[in-house]
Design a protein around this ligand. Structure first.
Ligand SMILES: [Zn+2]
Ligand SMILES: [Zn+2]
Length: 338
């Protein structure tokens, strides 16, 4: 295929462009619903306020309060002095891999993630909101309480194996992140009054946020991410346009070339026919005529059988067997009968 490289590049570019557009749309949607979400104070009036809403729900609301465990808080595995309500332990492998061009590049690959959570609520002024499904938050600001990197000691065999397989391990990193008991955070999601308990959970309207940032900072961050996405869309869009125009130009050039070649061939054919008809003897006997069309003189010798039985025109159509002896055609050559 002639445009293979361009087509592959275009495919990859369009894929990235599509992902960027999707990200942009999701950022835009998040910003819009975040801007529309009311910021509610955690106080005695909140329950009353939610209870008069439709279905006792506010589809997307912002509350701020102190993280308070419901029950005994859990302790960090790696730093036991820290108490927390959420805990994520990640094990990742650092390795160098050989890329396409033969260069070794460093990569980090997540091998294992384990997380723990316990019921907790946000509390302020004697009012509390239980947070549901916190680990599924789109933004979840956690504190890193443990981070350890251990370089691997590789044997001679590992080095040799790594050289041939193109992957060499460099080390393992373990990190522990927690949502500390007592930290002051902003939670954004669906607020619901269930019996006497207020709950904040993932909302069908927008993503769940559990962050140390305020609503305005979060909007600013999302706006920035949105703008950077626009820049990416413009870049990848331009690349797509350039590639598409390149492919179209190549297709047009190819068509033009094909047309020109066909024209030259037709002209040559015509000239040849005219030349032959001019030099042709006027009264040919039946034996002298091509056995296929019976119009032109015999002009071509078929080898290896040696039969001179067809004209040049028919010789173009007859390629496999000799029309006289049915022998297989090896080659054909012009025959000059004196
Ligand atoms: Zn013929
Ligand atoms: Zn033959």
């Amino acid at each position: 295929m002639e445009f293979l490289h361009e087509s592959i590049a275009l495919g990859v570019d369009l894929l990235i462009l599509g992902l960027c557009v999707r990200e942009y749309i999701s950022y835009k949607k998040s910003v819009n619903c975040l801007k529309a979400a009311p910021q509610l104070a955690l106080d005695g009036d909140l329950k009353k306020f939610v209870s008069v809403q439709k279905d006792k729900k506010i589809p997307y609301a912002v509350v701020r309060g102190t993280v308070t465990p419901i029950g005994v808080p859990m302790r960090s595995v790696m730093s036991p002095s820290v108490t927390a309500v959420l805990q994520v332990i990640k094990l990742s492998e650092h390795r160098v891999t050989r890329g396409f061009a033969g260069f070794w590049t460093e990569q980090r690959k997540l091998i294992h993630v384990s997380s723990n959570e316990m019921p907790f609520e946000l509390r302020n002024n004697d009012c509390n909101v239980e947070i549901i499904d916190a680990l599924n938050a789109a933004v979840l600001d956690l504190d890193v309480v443990y981070d350890n990197y251990e370089p691997s000691s590789l044997s001679f065999f590992d080095h040799v194996f790594g050289f041939f397989s193109g992957v060499r391990q460099k080390g393992l990193q373990t990190t522990e992140e927690v949502l500390r008991d007592g930290s002051f955070i902003t939670a954004i999601g669906e607020l619901e009054l269930d019996g006497k308990t207020l709950r904040l959970q993932p909302s069908p309207v927008g993503p769940l946020f559990l962050t140390t940032a305020t609503k305005s900072t979060l909007i600013k961050k999302l706006e920035e991410a949105k703008s950077s996405m626009i820049v990416k869309i413009v870049i990848f869009g331009t690349v797509s346009a350039v590639l598409i125009s390149l492919i179209i130009r190549k297709i047009c050039a190819k068509r033009r070339q094909d047309r020109d070649e066909r024209k030259i061939k037709e002209t040559l054919e015509k000239e040849r026919r005219e030349r032959r008809s001019r030099t042709r003897p006027l009264n040919l006997t039946t034996e002298q005529l091509c056995v296929v069309c019976s119009t032109n003189p015999k002009e071509v010798i078929i080898l290896p059988c040696g039969h001179v039985c067809i004209c040049e025109d028919c010789s173009e159509k007859i390629r496999i067997t000799c029309p006289v002896c049915r022998g297989k055609i090896g080659t054909k050559a012009a025959a000059f009968i004196a």
